[in-house]
Design a protein around this ligand. Structure first.
Ligand SMILES: Cc1ncc(COP(=O)(O)O)c(C=O)c1O
Ligand SMILES: [Zn+2]
Length: 407
């Protein structure tokens, strides 16, 4: 595993000595990147040495911080060739523990939180990050405080409660949840594991970049379609490409176009990109049934926009109806029961083909970031299905707090 040599600010590039429980740059609030001695890793860790590692994201331990992992088997998800489009690959993150790619970031963040001796962790969440935080905190024996909008998919509420985390449902958006965590964390003694407020969720999510390269025979695609909320995966993958070039694991120079996919009910990144701005503005009245995309202003918006521009990618918004058509097509053509965010990525792919931004000969990786099984209530409502209309008979003793007596 890798020794951390510094934390580098993504805004002012100042480097800080390794410290316990790092947060953000004290000067300008910029998210911090974890830096390792890549030339030493290059000397001592040939690329193929990872091949015998676990079939999880921890196979990339050589480029992850040196600590005992808190793992539920996250990562190393399938990369499935599309059955319809000859050069489209679908990275199915729905197979992760807790049913979404948020498992990767939380596995790394909770690993480091335990390593630093932290006890109480808090985060705002659009849904899946809260579920992942609750599960990994339970596995690590730590306390978790999760703040979510009250209209998140029911699976997210249930998984947090079942994991024994403290759940606060908020009449507002993830930005309101984030404000609540910020206001209370000092008094309550919580460590804030919000998106980009600590550097290790990016480390977990960067493993998607390593996996794409490994699963494509250590090459990179022409484009990556990424459903973007806070943008951690996009930022993490770009970091992975930087690192792999420095490690000599991939060739220098040829990078995928990074394509940020949002919903037209909440599209701050496409708007900022097309208006030529370096950062986004708070999107008013954000709404979409792709809950993970309902982030009205990402903390790392300036990093996302910089990567999209540097990679000659783009940002595109699709409608909720197009998202749900995408979900149906992924299920009926590919056999993948995807989350709405994955449906959004497919809708974006089709639009970018129509616009000529992509062609069918481009090698494209599409991220399905979660499982459709986490959105049954959302799908049922949209498709007009009554979720359950029978009578459910349960023994009186059953409750969420524990099992009392035999059934
Ligand atoms: C299924 C799903 N896809 C995409 C996203 C957006 O992820 P990120 O915040 O890394 O951009 C989320 C975030 O909650 C999500 O749950
Ligand atoms: Zn800084």
């Amino acid at each position: 595993m890798a020794k951390i040599i510094s934390f580098e600010c993504s805004r002012c590039s100042e480097k800080f000595a390794p410290q316990l429980a790092p947060t953000i740059c004290p000067k300008d609030g910029g998210p911090l990147y974890v830096r390792y001695d890549l030339s030493e890793i290059r000397r001592n860790t040939p690329r193929d040495s990872i091949l015998g590692g676990p079939k999880s994201m921890w196979r990339y331990a050589a480029v992850l911080p040196d600590a005992e992992p808190v793992t539920l088997g996250e990562g190393f998800t399938p990369m499935l060739p599309s059955r319809k489009y000859g050069n489209l690959l679908i990275k199915d993150e729905g197979l992760n523990p807790t049913g979404s790619f948020k498992a990767r970031g939380m596995s790394a963040a909770i690993t480091m939180a335990r390593h630093y001796g932290l006890k109480k962790l808090a985060a705002p969440s659009a849904g899946n990050a809260g579920g992942a935080l609750a599960a990994y905190a339970a596995a690590a024996g730590l306390e978790a405080y999760v703040f979510m909008p009250k209209d998140v998919p029911i699976a997210n509420r249930l998984e947090v409660e079942a994991s024994g985390a403290h759940l606060t449902l908020v009449d507002g958006l993830i930005s309101d949840c984030g404000r609540m965590v910020a206001e209370r964390k000092e008094k309550e003694g919580w460590f804030d594991v919000s998106t980009l407020k600590e550097p290790f969720r990016v480390e977990g999510k960067k493993t998607m970049g390593y996996e794409v390269a490994e699963q494509m025979g250590w090459s990179l695609p022409d484009a990556i379609l990424y459903p973007t909320g806070g943008g951690v995966g996009l930022i993490g993958m770009w970091k992975a490409f930087d690192e792999m070039e420095d490690l000599g694991w991939i060739d220098h120079g040829k990078r995928p176009k990074m394509i940020c996919v949002q919903s037209d009910g909440c599209a701050p990144i496409p708007k900022a990109l097309h208006e030529g701005n370096a950062a986004s503005e708070m999107w008013p009245d954000a709404h979409t049934l792709a809950a993970g995309l309902r982030v009205p202003k990402a903390y790392g918006d300036f990093i996302i926009l910089d990567i999209v521009r540097k990679s000659q990618g783009t940002a595109i918004a699709v409608s909720d109806d197009e998202i749900m058509d995408g979900v149906k097509e992924l299920a009926s053509v590919e056999g993948i029961f995807a989350c709405p965010e994955g449906g959004a990525a497919l809708a974006a792919y089709q639009q970018l083909l129509n616009m000529g931004f992509l062609t069918e000969s481009d090698r494209v990786v599409l991220f399905n970031t979660g499982s459709g099984y986490k959105y049954l209530d959302i799908f049922a409502k949209y498709w007009g299905v009554t979720a359950f209309d029978g009578e459910l008979k349960l023994p009186a003793s059953r409750n969420m707090g524990g099992i009392i007596g035999p059934y």
